[in-house]
Each structure stands twice: as structure tokens, then as C-alpha cells.
Design a protein around this ligand. Structure first.
Ligand SMILES: [Zn+2]
Length: 201
């Protein structure tokens, strides 16, 4: 059974490799059910268990394969941004904000924690020195009842895939687009290496 799985994993990695070789930069999950399709960057942290096929084949999947030789765990469909734009139904992942329109300008902005807004969701939050904290998933402003005459939030709570941080409103922070962060670059490099491709295009 393990040999069969190893062989299937080789085939799955070959599909990913072929997609990357023809310039795919978007991974679509649930491709077969249009209402559930979600577009991701290759580097998206939520795709780790999809692209690492060893993780995608846990023991219960191997048991299922024993009963049904045609069983395969889901594999994201790789495509270019142009191909993704042509899909009728497609949502964008909030964690990696894949910029299907392809018009995103990579940039870093510095702001006070109280200036974080919903449009920053999907961007990388870093401290004022530029050290990554994680991808912004939610931003919540909390005001305690005894802040007489103060209109600022007392605490800015930011959820990232690495955990939750509580920030003073006046803390200087950085927000970056995903594509230029060292973390995102390293994650995409890991996907390429796993399927036997050189890291650089
Ligand atoms: Zn994503």
C-alpha cells in the first residue's frame, strides 16, 4: 500500500511541477465544485497540507485507497492569473489575498496599530523593525468603559495564522503585501523544491 501511495505522490508532484513549469501562480482548491472554489497564492500558509503530499495522505486516506483504488485526496489546481480570471465562480483566499486582477503594487506601509483597517486583511503585519508577525486575518478594536473623553481604541487585537496579538493603539507597525515577504518567498520555494524544481525561475 505504501509503495502504491509513494507512486501516486510522485504522479501528484509531477502534476504540480508541470503547473509551475508553465508559469502557474495561482492554486484553486475545490475546482470541481464551482461554488466552493477558492484562489490562493502558491505560497499560502493554508495550502501546506495540500502541497506536501505526504501530509495529504494520512493513514485514513491510505485505508480508503485500500478499499477504493481510485480514491485520491484533493489536489489544488494550478493556473495562471489569466486563467483564474476566466473562471466564472471563484473566491479569493482572505489569508493570502491572491490578487487575481494582477494589478497589485508590492509595497510596505508604516502606520499606528489603530490605523489597521479591514482592507489590510490578507496583508502581512510586521513590527516597526519589519519583523513578520503573520498574515492579518481579523482586526478588532476594543474600548473599555472607563475611557472618559478618549475616542481611540484601548486595545487593537489582530489575529494572524501564527496567533493573536494585542497592540497598544499608538504602536508603530508595518503592513506589507504578501508577495514580497521573506516568509511567502520561502514557502513558495519549499513547494518548488518538493516537486524537484530549482527555486529560481
Ligand atoms: Zn490562500
Amino acid at each position: 500500500m505504501d509503495e502504491l501511495v509513494a507512486q501516486i505522490i510522485d504522479e501528484e508532484n509531477a502534476v504540480v511541477r508541470a503547473g509551475l513549469l508553465r508559469g502557474a501562480d495561482i492554486a484553486v482548491t475545490h475546482m470541481q465544485t464551482p461554488g466552493n472554489r477558492v484562489a490562493h497564492r502558491i505560497s499560502c500558509s493554508s495550502l501546506r497540507d495540500w502541497f506536501d503530499r505526504t501530509l495529504a495522505w494520512p493513514s485514513y486516506s491510505r485505508q480508503r485507497l485500500q478499499k477504493d483504488r481510485n480514491f485520491r485526496p484533493a489536489l489544488p489546481t494550478l493556473m495562471t492569473r489569466g486563467e483564474a480570471r476566466a473562471l466564472i465562480k471563484l473566491r479569493s483566499c482572505k489569508t493570502c489575498a491572491p490578487n487575481i486582477g494582477g494589478d497589485e503594487v508590492p509595497r510596505t506601509s508604516t502606520l499606528f496599530a489603530q490605523g489597521l483597517k479591514s482592507h489590510h486583511i490578507g496583508r502581512i503585519l510586521a513590527d516597526e523593525h519589519g519583523v513578520d508577525i503573520g498574515t492579518i486575518q481579523t482586526v478588532i478594536f476594543t474600548r473599555s468603559s472607563d475611557t472618559e473623553g478618549r475616542f481611540d481604541a484601548d486595545v487593537v487585537t489582530v489575529e494572524t495564522e501564527n496567533g493573536t496579538v494585542h497592540l497598544e493603539p499608538r504602536t508603530r507597525m508595518q503592513v506589507r503585501t504578501v508577495l514580497e515577504t521573506p516568509t511567502a518567498i520561502a514557502r513558495e520555494a519549499a513547494v518548488r523544491t518538493r516537486v524537484g524544481l530549482p527555486v529560481q525561475d
